[in-house]
Design a binder for this molecule. Structure first.
Ligand SMILES: NC(=O)c1ccc[n+]([C@@H]2O[C@H](COP(=O)([O-])OP(=O)(O)OC[C@H]3O[C@@H](n4cnc5c(N)ncnc54)[C@H](O)[C@@H]3O)[C@@H](O)[C@H]2O)c1
Length: 352
């Protein structure tokens, strides 16, 4: 497979590139990322650029560039991670989220359709090249919030509550339409909250670990009883690979590890693991539209594709805390903004 990974300098995308290099090194990977504030090439500093891996700085909304990349690399598979991903930021600037997450996805779908359809000019033809696939990496947030009971299944109606989740849900619907109308071979995955190495420290777990290590206040939204279903990022990566290689065309797969935790319990666990005290907890005004509970029913992917998570939460969170403790330099570069210079330092020589 020649796999185009978009958003591969972000948290999950960079873990996915590393996962592929370790577990399926026979595939060629082209990583396309615009390097927004969330894209950090230091996440991949241990992966050499060679025959099997190439990084290109580009925006997925740039259709001419996407066409060129597809053509030059004979792309056979797309795994689309590229997105604006932080709910708080979507409350401040919804338009950017719609532009990147919806129109960016559509630009990629059009490129794939143009390159993979056997008769691209024939609007009635649904024939695509053998063995190609588009994988849209989506989120359980598209389903909205749950009460105390119940789980999201793939049949749960979409009811997004934030501009972020509305943009992700919209992209899912555009993907669905490209499958129904054009016969585009694709899958959509909807995963629960991820944690693990290389997560930008604006998100709950790395933020709390960092602040706790520095003895700074730990800001907890509202009463802290929002429940999320946590999955280690490596388990998300193995699930994505299962769907990419074995998912039935047009299907949606939920991904989750049956690991429901309240935010406050996670914060307390981090405090205990780092030997700090509860006095660091600082309750702050809740974010508007904050969903109360998410929980995934993973029956479809476990029974139909034989996938299951390999980490228990207890193992995964301890490994993650240790990773951040051992990567203080990475954290400091991200927090100081120094990581943004990395691209210039590493790649400028190639462009001279
Ligand atoms: N983090 C989670 O818990 C979670 C859970 C389920 C699904 N997801 C989905 O997984 C994907 C990746 O999430 P993440 O947490 O790694 O996000 P992230 O913010 O860490 O990474 C996003 C990456 O996309 C890049 N990007 C943004 N706009 C771009 C554009 N226009 N063109 C090219 N690249 C662009 C950024 O530079 C960044 O490297 C997202 O689509 C998100 O919706 C995330």
């Amino acid at each position: 497979m020649n796999i185009l990974v978009t958003g591969g300098a972000g948290f999950i995308g960079s873990n996915f590139v590393r996962w592929l290099k370790k577990n399926a090194p026979e595939h060629r990977v082209v990583n396309v990322d615009a390097l927004t504030y969330a894209g950090n090439l230091e996440n991949l500093s241990d992966i050499p650029q060679d025959e099997g891996y190439r990084f290109v700085r580009a925006d997925i909304r740039d259709r001419a560039k996407m066409n060129e990349i597809f053509f030059e690399n004979d792309i056979t598979h797309v795994v689309n991670f590229a997105a604006e991903s932080h709910v708080d930021r979507s409350i401040v600037d919804p338009e950017l989220f719609l532009s990147t997450n919806v129109l960016g996805t559509q630009a990629l779908l059009d490129t794939a359709k143009q390159q993979w359809k056997l008769a691209p000019e024939d609007k009635y033809s649904r024939a695509f090249r053998e063995g190609v696939k588009f994988l849209q990496v989506s989120t359980d947030e598209v389903y909205g919030a749950l009460g105390k009971e119940g789980f999201f299944t793939e049949a749960t109606p979409l009811a997004p509550n934030s501009p972020y989740s509305a943009a992700k849900a919209s992209a899912d619907l555009v993907c669905r339409a490209y499958h129904e109308t054009f016969g585009m071979p694709l899958n959509i995955t909807r995963c629960s909250n991820n944690y693990g190495p290389y997560q930008f420290p604006e998100k709950l777990i790395p933020l709390m670990i960092h602040n706790c290590m520095e003895g700074k206040p730990l800001p907890v939204y509202g009463d802290g009883m929002q429940i999320r279903d946590w999955l280690h990022v490596d388990d998300h990566c193995s699930a994505l690979y299962a769907v990419l290689t074995r998912g039935a065309a047009g299907e949606v797969y939920n991904i989750g590890g049956n690991n429901e935790r309240a935010n406050l319990d996670i914060v307390r666990l981090i405090i205990r693991s780092l030997g700090a005290g509860d006095e660091l907890i600082s309750y702050v005004k809740d974010r508007p539209g904050h969903d109360r509970r998410y929980a995934i029913d993973n029956t479809k992917i476990t029974t139909q594709l034989g996938w299951s998570p390999s980490y228990t939460f207890e193992e995964g969170i301890q490994q993650t805390i240790a990773w951040y403790q051992n990567h203080m330099e990475w954290l400091e570069h991200v927090l100081s903004g120094a990581y943004a210079d990395y691209y210039e330092r590493m790649y400028a020589p190639f462009f001279q």
